[in-house]
Design a protein around this ligand. Structure first.
Ligand SMILES: Nc1nc2c(ncn2[C@@H]2O[C@H](COP(=O)(O)OP(=O)(O)OP(=O)(O)O)[C@@H](O)[C@H]2O)c(=O)[nH]1
Ligand SMILES: [Zn+2]
Length: 206
């Protein structure tokens, strides 16, 4: 059973109300033309239930919980950048992965955030069904809410399997999205400094 189902979600489809999640995956295998009772597939519903719970565990997490109070009063008002953070998410249209690198920057306003918490915040939102634009925005807003900095910038560069292994089948394209808040929106110089520091990182195609 996925931990995230509310009572309403469970009863949303009365015909399936009594079916377990694993029974539903067995049925999906059957409808793919497979035999869910053959050796290799016997434990597949159990594995898929477990891996799906992991890949969507962002629904059961909150930013407060992952921050764990790791916010520090530090007298530093230059840009902090955590770049080339790999992330894996799933597109909400096809339930296929999209994945790539996140680059996050902020200019503090009296408080800094524990460095490891930036990738943790990214994952809280990446491990949900997403569109890349919303994911980008949610990361920027979560950091803003946590430390009220002078500004936050987030760039995501991602490859979408729904555009690669199906649909338009384009293997070389990637999608870049950004959210620029506060001084990253109002001060061209700050935004440019961020962009040039991202470009000199290891994993950026910008
Ligand atoms: N903006 C945006 N679009 C996305 C994202 N992930 C997937 N999509 C797009 O969502 C759209 C869904 O389009 P539909 O026409 O409803 O679905 P489809 O027939 O499967 O589309 P194709 O992928 O073109 O075959 C596609 O254009 C996808 O590329 C995302 O993160 N952001
Ligand atoms: Zn998709």
């Amino acid at each position: 059973m996925l931990a995230t189902l509310t009572k309403d979600q469970k009863t949303a489809s009365p015909a399936l109300a009594d079916a377990s999640t694993q029974e539903i995956y067995r049925e999906l295998l059957r409808r793919m033309g497979e035999d869910p009772d053959r050796d290799g597939l016997l434990r597949t519903p159990e594995r898929v239930e477990k891996s799906t719970a992991f890949l969507t565990k962002g629904y059961t997490q909150s930013v407060d919980e992952v921050l764990h109070n790791a916010l520090f009063d530090v007298d530093y008002d230059e840009m902090v950048i955590v770049r080339d953070v790999e992330f894996y998410s799933q597109c909400e249209h096809h339930l296929l992965p999209f994945f790539g690198k996140a680059h996050v920057a902020y200019v503090p306003n009296g408080k800094v955030i524990g460095l490891s918490k930036i990738p943790r915040i990214i994952d809280v939102f990446a491990r949900r069904l997403q569109v890349q634009e919303r994911l980008t925005r949610q990361i920027a807003e979560a950091i803003t809410d946590a430390i009220h900095p002078q500004g936050v910038a987030v760039i995501l560069e991602a490859e979408h399997l729904c555009m690669m292994m199906r649909g338009v089948e384009k293997q070389q394209s990637n999608t870049v999205t950004s959210a620029m808040l506060g001084v990253f929106k109002t001060q061209m110089q700050t935004r440019n400094e961020f962009l040039s520091l991202v470009r000199t990182g290891r994993g950026s195609n910008l």
